[in-house]
Design a protein around this ligand. Sequence first.
Ligand code: ATP
Ligand code: MG
Length: 730
Amino acid sequence: MVNALLDGLNEPQAEAVVHSGGPLLIVAGAGSGKTRVLTHRIAHLIGDRGAHPGEILAITFTNKAAGELRERLDELIGGRARGIWALTFHSACLRILRREASRVGLKSSFSVYDADDARRLLGHIVKDLHLDSKKTTPRWLASEISRLKNELISVEEAAEAANDAKATLVADIYREYDHRLRLADAVDFDDIIGLTVGLLRDFPAVAESWRRRFRHVLVDEYQDTNHAQYVFLRELVGTGEDASELSVVGDADQSIYAFRGATIRNILEFEKDYPNAKTVLLEQNYRSTQTILDAANAVIKLNSQRGPEKRLWSAQGQGPTIQGFNAESDGGEATWVANRIDDLVDDGETTFSEVAVFYRTNAQSRAFEEVFIRRGIPYKVVGGVRFYERKEIRDLLAYLKLTVNPDDTVSAQRVINVPKRGLGDKAVGAVAQYAAANDVSFAAAARAVDDIAMTPRARNGVKKFTDILDKAAKLAETAGPDEVLEQVLADTGYLEELSASKDPRDESRVDNIQELISVAHEFSTKADEDAENDTATFLEQIALVADSDQIPEEQGQVTLMTLHTAKGLEYDTVFLTGMDDGMFPHERSMGKSEDLEEERRLAYVGLTRARQRLFLTRASTRSVFGTPQFFAASRFLGEIPGGLVEWSDSTPPSKPVKFGRTPSFGQPIAMKDPGDVPVVTAGDKVEHAKWGEGKVVETKGSGPRAQARIDFGVGDPKWVILRLAPLTKV
Ligand code: ATP
Ligand code: MG
């Protein structure tokens, strides 16, 4: 036994690390060392139990988490860590699928369609079926189909179960969508899991060989697995005599991906699913101060849907009191946050890289960005319009994808006339029609352009396009993605078109393209002996980049991100911003209690990211669609015991700041039932719980978006959302 491995662990942690034999479940609250146990367990398996690194599959939720796991293992066991598969569900299944592609009817060069590709394909279908794309949006269809796939419901089963017009429509489109995916030799993200499950189920010998390979399967953040992932694990690990050792760690209170089909059933019923499982509970939190834990525990306690009761305690001491700030506007909130960050860094209490600002939705980053730029605070936004989602990048990646998979229809249709080569909608439509009539991919139809009726100019354009593709595909056989990209740029004249443009945005597009070539070049030349550096692998890496992967590696920047992205991470100083009802909890989640409970878990995740200092901020008015609107304090603030938070609500001076007042939130304001929303028109007198009597100046919107501008006799009239404002008609 290598004692060093167990030295830094408490007793239940060590017990989990050395457990051998049956399935293992570690359930514990945030910051209790679950991820740490996972790494140490892997090191123990290799170092003390003689497991071969290649026998270990470790699954984490994000690529970033997988990278961190590999790093930590590298520290613990050095070079031997390299043979371990430490991957996300998607990357792991994709690797398996590539090797077994032919069995599920794919070529090994199949494409992976990301969310945007999938929506485009659905958009084509909606158009071809002459549906109204405003009523039947590709986004809605994508989420409906994703839901079915996450539940492993096949096209046939969906059709059979459909018992109303809506479900029938979804089932029809699901069928067509799947057909076109296969025609394009492509899979979407959900297929990556679903097809792997199918593979393991339909080919017992294949399942058996993978089971023999992975004798140890470990899963972090198990509470966020969906049904398809759950079944994948079951099929991979097996249940009989030859079952592999499965270890999962998680926390039902941190399940925040229900909207992607995650279900806490998987962690709550683990012992039922695996009757001989051993369960280990961890109760000591090593991350946060007791104050932070008390706040987090008080909030999550109010959920009715929970796992076993956990008593989390910290040996870190009480630590500083949580500081709250009640701003008048979102701009004031951002300024206050910037001031606090400046103060902390000036005083040497922390560094920029140890500070994180969290918010509920991406759009909230803008207010912070503006102030941070003005104040010279270095920052990085995780998410938002991401590099790989920009138009020019997607265009070029489409060309690259076509070099690997010529049948990739979405990509071909995307760039057949990009840059412009004289093809109108009619010509493109004719190619698409030929493809449909002959049941071939779009690019294959383009190659048969001589058989398609169109103008000579258009035909020339199509030929030019296929020539470029053929030449690029040939180059890709021997050269890296950077060279292929450069050739595509030269042959298509893409850069020339941008340079000739008068649109100022096109200038940054040129920069972005340069950036992409640098990324490709770095990839092509990286000196990792067992990594492949061909175009297919490059594309795969990009396709799998999730939001959380864009967390800056450089030091010295404040990190701005949504609460969802923050999972599993930790920072010395955390700002939880936008703590207003309607912002967080999100307006859409305030109706149903299960949605509200999911938001509360998200609050728990956010609160427990902080090691030392926690700040809670809100703003009474925010600009929504360009107009200022009133917001009440988040109900989650009211759920934190008053003594843990010191509030201030003056206009933010840099320092000193006066603390000590607790805010007079009164009852957190619930969203009214539609029937209770006051109906007002201009001229009506109203009574507002905070601002007193006022007169309605004008109204706009209807239903949940109904708003009124009210003159309270002080300052300018204020816009309020009628469903949220504590307002009665008098
Ligand atoms: P989350 O639920 O947020 O994912 P977690 O349970 O996975 O949290 P870890 O991230 O593994 O928790 O650990 C939280 C912090 O506590 C880390 O900084 C980790 O290094 C530290 N830690 C865990 N166990 C110990 C220990 N026995 N001694 C010292 N530090 C520890
Ligand atoms: Mg963790």
